[in-house]
Design a protein around this ligand. Structure first.
Ligand code: NDP
Ligand code: 2IT
Length: 445
């Protein structure tokens, strides 16, 4: 395989899918050397079979808003690869959703799920519907309409969706309810369910907690920990909130959080009580982060910007793809950043990754550092299949163990001759090898 040739070919076949090409380019660039040690992979054209999804389902979703107007949105499910287990991955509801974004997410999910040590293939779905500004009843009607189509493509051993941007406990509840009504089956077909109906304890916390467990492992390789470290967090949704919670538990100082309108910088740090305010503001009232600056004196609110210009020790982007570019990376480095751990999927642009790696700081891609969410989803599937539930402490201990094992894999496959750990290479090679071996064993299917 010559990675650049495969990428050029994919670009000409899928010319309007920049995010998909970006994700594929990152992976192929780092697995090329390992792949070429196995001529049998090339003979089976494994590379194309791994890059192109098994199946793309797209459909129209028709629903009625509170004014009685009939509305339409697009719905999608990308079933990327099921070599190592049933398709598994989140559902995103956001106005920006399109096929390219979901293809990049499903591709990433395949490698991420492989890293978790659990038997899960990769998928992603979603819609260009945005829950922002919609009433509860509108969100319910939309979720039900979305499920009228999605239901026929999923199942506990076939494809198990979960949350992502714009899809939290409320949306999963509505979708699971409609799935159950249509199939008459109470099965573990969704993860991230409410704890009263089969949801795993610690699933809401899992992505953020896992992100910080991973960061701790990275810091340990340089004899450091989080105590007293200043941390920049972007986003204020699920991943950002529980990333902040774990940073506080580890003695770090949370300087910023954000939403799509701007960011807040709190010179005194966002402490436990202030984080509770943000959680309530975002989860209960669906408010804006600007309101934090209105409540607490001395807090700076910067509209239309991201927090990367602020001085800190650690940055963890937890909002969305391509939210941290090459210039941001240069600013962070000039301000003395020592580690970047991605809570979001592909938040750093290729230029930013290059800058972090050239400066040899600790940098980990989302497919490793944010794998805690899908890991606990996998644990939720196990609990559902056994019709039992584990305690929060049991699930948290398993999550920690999984994040530590992903870190070890990154060290194993990503350590360079000078000792620098290339987490991008480590995660991609480790994730790839397991899927590749499974695909080879299963023949041309
Ligand atoms: P939420 O919807 O809970 O929160 C998303 C946050 O990011 C909000 O603060 C939102 O602001 C902000 N945001 C969303 N889109 C944009 C944008 N285009 N520009 C700026 N800010 C934006 O989502 P999650 O916390 O679940 O997901 C965040 C990231 O983590 C995503 O990349 C997701 O793929 C990834 N992830 C999520 C996992 C999970 O378990 N939920 C697991 C692994 C990764 P606003 O409120 O203004 O929209
Ligand atoms: O990107 C992700 O890993 C998720 N949104 C979570 C997927 C899942 O199935 O829990």
């Amino acid at each position: 395989m010559i990675a650049s040739k495969v990428i050029e070919d994919l670009k000409s076949r899928f010319p309007n899918e920049p995010e998909y090409i970006q994700a594929v380019s990152e992976v192929l660039g780092s697995i090329e050397e390992e792949y070429n040690k196995h001529p049998e992979f090339e003979k089976a054209n494994l590379v194309e079979r791994l890059c192109i999804p098994d199946r793309i389902v797209s459909f129209r979703v028709t629903w009625t808003d509170d004014q009685g107007k009939v509305r339409t949105n697009m719905g999608y499910r990308i079933q990327h690869n099921n070599a190592i287990g049933p398709y598994k991955g989140g559902v995103r509801f956001h106005a920006s959703v399109n096929q390219s974004i979901l293809k990049f997410l499903a591709f990433e999910q395949t490698f991420k799920n492989s890293l978790t040590t659990l038997p899960m293939g990769g998928a992603k779905g979603g819609s260009d519907f945005s829950p922002r500004g919609k009433s509860n009843a509108e969100v319910m009607r939309f979720c039900q309409a979305f499920m009228l189509e999605l239901t026929r493509h999923i199942g506990p051993e076939l494809d198990v969706p979960a949350g992502d941007i714009g899809v939290g406990g409320r949306e999963v509840g509505f979708m699971f309810g409609m799935y159950k009504k249509l199939t008459r089956d109470f099965s573990g077909t969704f993860t991230g369910k409410g704890r009263e109906f089969g949801g795993s304890l610690i699933r809401p916390e899992a992505t953020g907690y896992g992100n910080i467990y991973f960061l701790k492992e990275m810091l340990k390789t340089r004899g450091m920990d989080l105590k007293g470290k200043k941390v920049l967090i972007s986003g204020s949704g699920n991943v950002a909130q529980y990333t902040a919670e774990k940073v506080l538990q580890e003695g770090g100082i949370v300087m910023t959080m954000s939403d799509s309108d701007g960011y807040v910088y709190d010179p005194d740090g966002i402490d436990r009580e202030k984080l509770d305010f943000i959680m309530e503001l975002k989860n209960l009232y669906r408010g804006r982060i600007r309101e934090y600056a209105e409540k607490y004196p001395g807090v700076k609110y910067v509209a239309g910007a991201r927090p990367w210009g602020e001085k800190a020790d650690i940055a963890t982007p937890c909002a969305t793809q391509n939210e941290l570019n090459g210039d941001d990376a240069k600013t962070l480095l000039a301000n003395g950043i020592i580690a970047v751990s991605e809570g979001a999927n592909m938040p750093s642009t290729p230029e930013a990754i290059e800058a972090f790696q050239a400066a040899k700081i600790l940098y980990c891609p989302g497919k490793a550092s944010n794998a805690g969410g899908v890991s606990v989803s996998g644990l939720e599937m196990s609990q559902n299949a056994q019709h039992l539930s584990w305690t929060a402490a049991e699930v948290d201990a398993k999550l920690l163990q999984i994040m530590q094992s992903i870190h070890s894999d990154c060290v194993k496959y990503g350590t360079e001759p000078d000792g620098y750990i290339n987490y991008v290479k480590g995660a991609n090679v480790a994730g790839f090898m397991k899927v590749a071996k499974a695909m080879m064993a299963q023949g041309l299917v």
